[in-house]
Design a protein around this ligand. Sequence first.
Ligand code: M6R
Length: 612
Amino acid sequence: MCGIVGYIGHEQAAPILLDGLERLEYRGYDSAGIAVLSPEQGLQVKKAKGRLKVLKALVDDGKAVEGTLGIGHTRWATHGQPNDVNSHPHLSQDRSVAVVHNGIIENYVEIKEFLMGEGVQFRSETDTEVVAQLLEYHYKQTGDIMQAVYRVLHRIEGAYALGILCADLPDAFIAARKDAPLLLGYGEGCSFIASDVTAIIRHTREVSYMEDGEVAVVRADGIRVYNALGQSVEKEHSFIDWDVSAAEKGGYAHFMFKEIMEQPDAVRKTISPRLRDRRVVFDELKITPEEIRRMQRIVIVACGSSYHVGMVGKYNLERLLRRPVEAMLASEFRYCDPLVDENTLVIVISQSGETLDTMAALRQAKALGARILSIVNVVGSSIARESDEVLYTWAGPEIAVATTKAYSTQLVLLNMLGLYMGDILGSVQPAEYARIVEELQALPAKMEEVLENTERIKYLASRYFNHSSIFFIGRNLDYALGLEGSLKLKEISYIHCEAYAAGELKHGTISLIEDGTLVVALCTYAPLFDKSLSNIVEVKARGADLVALTDDSHKDELRKTVENVLSIPDTHTIFKPSLGVIPLQIFSYYMALQRGCDIDKPRNLAKSVTVE
Ligand code: M6R
């Protein structure tokens, strides 16, 4: 949540910062701001409520702000409403220090009270302003900005990625990190900081990732990094090898649609390096077969769509491994005194690798002795770095807030892990193994097939976009799939919708079904097709309008009961959600489009959720 970018070099900073913020806008978009330092103009701060375009207009695309070093921020409000005053950067009282921040300063009230007692007047309602004011306070006391920074970092509690400009420091800016992502970028005669590599990839591909407690002094000719004790640290440099165009819309109206269409390729990239001679191989795993055999239980922890992948995983992994598998919301796992130990494999799933709840759950599970295997998309992210084992999804950058290709790659990777472990445990027989691998290889092409048939879905969206309440029903894997379909629809179209295990309807929810209620019935899970059909008949009898999804083998039968039937190609049961999710994503997309919603940046949301 919130995006930070910083630049120092020989070019004008403001246009570079604005360009970086545009790439980071998915992280938060209720306001934006920049601070630029120049010998002539001093420390200039420009900020504005609303989307980045408001700020861009205010500063004439950056031309109105001179200076070759600066920091920028795009905000997802936590403390204080989204307005001009609460936007970042925040200035200290005497305007000597400007700060941008991602995270939450948990003890800000206490610090604010202390500073107010010292006569400091606050302008905003934010937690961040205390950092700027406290910096000025210690700077005045010590006369040394680095000492002041260390004093502040010792005093504040919570999570932060910070960019700090000091009016007295014309050739550098400072960055610090704890529990919020921040990377350093090394260019030709210029240097950067950013929350995410997409912000700076046009300028450099050479980066390093800041660790908790580190402080960086960023200069045009290089970056010095210090640990929490102030000792110099040598950083390992990484090279970003993905194509810049991966983070562009490439002719599509929305990132979300582009990312939906990219799914077959993303899944292909996830599968192919791990499939050799029709065997699943994970060269990156250190866990031994013996250790896998020792794992008595598997717990999957994640949030949002990643949790929905975990729900599919619960059904599929239990089936493949014949071991208990539990999917838990990371935000619940943290506070439920979880029963995990050294015989538990905890699978952590996160696209961003930065979700705070997921990160906290990971740390807790690790402290309890569990083995942590994470499935992550962002290389070098916090979750990846703190896990015992990492499987990367190779989905490329996902920009739309609503996840699509990351979900699909997580799903396929989790299934592959199940197959791999099932083989080791002897719970997947050779014939079944071969059948699954065959379907795995065919999966990207089948996804392409689904993507070729979007017209009918578009038509259904045009028919139903005005509905105010929608139910998704399904059993077993279809229930897990419904959770994702429902989340996708609500997050981008703002339509109230719920997913129910179809068998549960009669225990209460069926009372909500009335004439014209739209029910999306998922019937891709063949073993329970007949049971699901009975549930369809029940809601139909109560006046529901139905859209149903099944596989090619069952579509004709379903059409006898339901007018609107969508179908996916037949595949192995475990891959049904991988195909089934696509029509649901497309349905959500067109529903949101018809309703004129901001598809890539839905209200109140942010891509990377780094607050609790
Ligand atoms: O980055 P993560 O996978 O950890 O994010 C978890 C959720 O915030 C995320 O999946 C969210 O639910 C998506 N925006 C839904 O489309």
